[in-house]
Ligand binder design. Structure first.
Ligand code: AMP
Ligand code: MG
Length: 319
């Protein structure tokens, strides 16, 4: 199957070299991370950053996450603090994004961070993205590799679905292990989770030895890009559903409806991490099958369930 897409590359020394040159020349490539696939380009170069915004159709007011190999590479761009160092030590490289103040003499292109004084930085873990970041001397501005407001791609073919041949290089890194976007935490003041992810509030509280205030979690206004409607599969999504409506596809946890058509389990064992990793895949399958509506059962609001609920709630917004 994969072989039929000329722009999906199998990872090897040759394609790694090709991709690195492509990025060095200011181009934009789709690259795998452990969360979702990203659309990466030189974060120091305005023309590369503009290509990303244009391809995605992303509003310029929505800043991009800047990806580095390690802290050493980022140190001239960001103001670090105690909270950051604790979380970095514990979780990086990994699926967590930090909002920090920019250094005055940062080289990050001002459009990449939507002209803000702050910047979102991440140190991804996937071995392919790390092998690329290690060999280039600039960080990658890299939002998810989907058109603005759509759901994020979790395999190379999903990226192809979004952009066809408009993205010339899609590096194949297999199915993303996590399958949901990174946790976003603002560390410019008292720590605040702006987007829940697999690194959840309890894990962060333990490391920082603090308790988040209830209302401080997922305060949408703080993050310019977190419009309510986002992560949308393009058909109506209804959440907290109990009864199946014949016309729709029904997403649930467990194995109760195993042999029934129209029923899709996020995890047969009701494991919330597995459920998170399958959510976008199942959204795409359902859409491809031609269903006009998605119903989702109630998902426990704990652990990775918090991130799942955040995404499906946004997917269910009609405005
Ligand atoms: P994406 O790149 O699509 O995974 O989304 C990145 C998220 O991080 C968006 O929702 C942005 O609004 C958010 N973000 C990026 N930079 C900042 C920043 N400086 N302050 C607050 N949120 C940010
Ligand atoms: Mg995105």
């Amino acid at each position: 199957m994969k072989k039929s897409y000329s722009n999906i590359l199998t990872f090897n020394r040759k394609t790694l070299g090709k991709t690195i040159n492509y990025l060095k020349n200011g181009n934009v490539a789709a690259l795998p991370t452990e969360t979702v696939y990203g659309l990466g380009g030189n974060a120091y170069k305005e023309s590369s950053v503009l290509k990303i915004f244009n391809l995605k159709g992303r509003p310029k007011s929505n800043p991009l996450i800047i990806h580095y190999y390690n802290l050493y590479d980022a140190i001239n761009d960001i103001e670090i603090n105690e909270y950051f160092l604790k979380l970095y030590k514990q979780f990086c490289p990994g699926p967590i994004t930090f909002i920090l103040n920019k250094k005055i003499h940062t080289k990050i292109n001002h459009l990449a961070s939507a002209k803000l004084k702050t910047v979102a930085v991440r140190f991804p873990k996937h071995k392919i993205i790390r092998s690329i970041l290690k060999k280039i001397d600039f960080p990658l501005a890299m939002p998810s590799a989907n058109k603005s407001e759509n759901i994020s791609p979790v395999c190379a073919e999903d990226v192809f679905d979004e952009f066809k041949n408009k993205v010339r290089i899609i590096m194949d890194g297999g199915k993303c292990k996590i399958g949901l976007e990174s946790t976003v935490i603002d560390l410019t003041n008292i720590p605040e989770i702006l987007r829940p992810g697999i690194i959840n509030k309890n894990l962060i509280e333990k490391v920082l030895k603090l308790k988040f205030k209830k209302k401080a979690i997922n305060k949408i206004v703080k993050s310019p890009g977190m419009m309510k409607k986002h992560y949308s599969p393009g058909i109506p999504v209804l959440i907290n559903q109990k009864k199946h409506d014949e016309k729709s596809a029904f997403i649930y946890l467990g194995s109760r409806y195993q042999n029934k058509k129209k029923f899709f389990s996020l995890s047969k064992k009701s494991n919330l991490n597995e459920a998170a990793s399958n959510l976008y895949k199942i959204f795409r399958i359902i859409k491809k099958k031609g269903y006009k509506k998605i119903q989702i059962c109630k998902i426990p609001n704990k652990g990775s369930g918090i991130a799942i609920n955040d995404r499906i709630k946004r997917a269910s917004q009609t405005l």
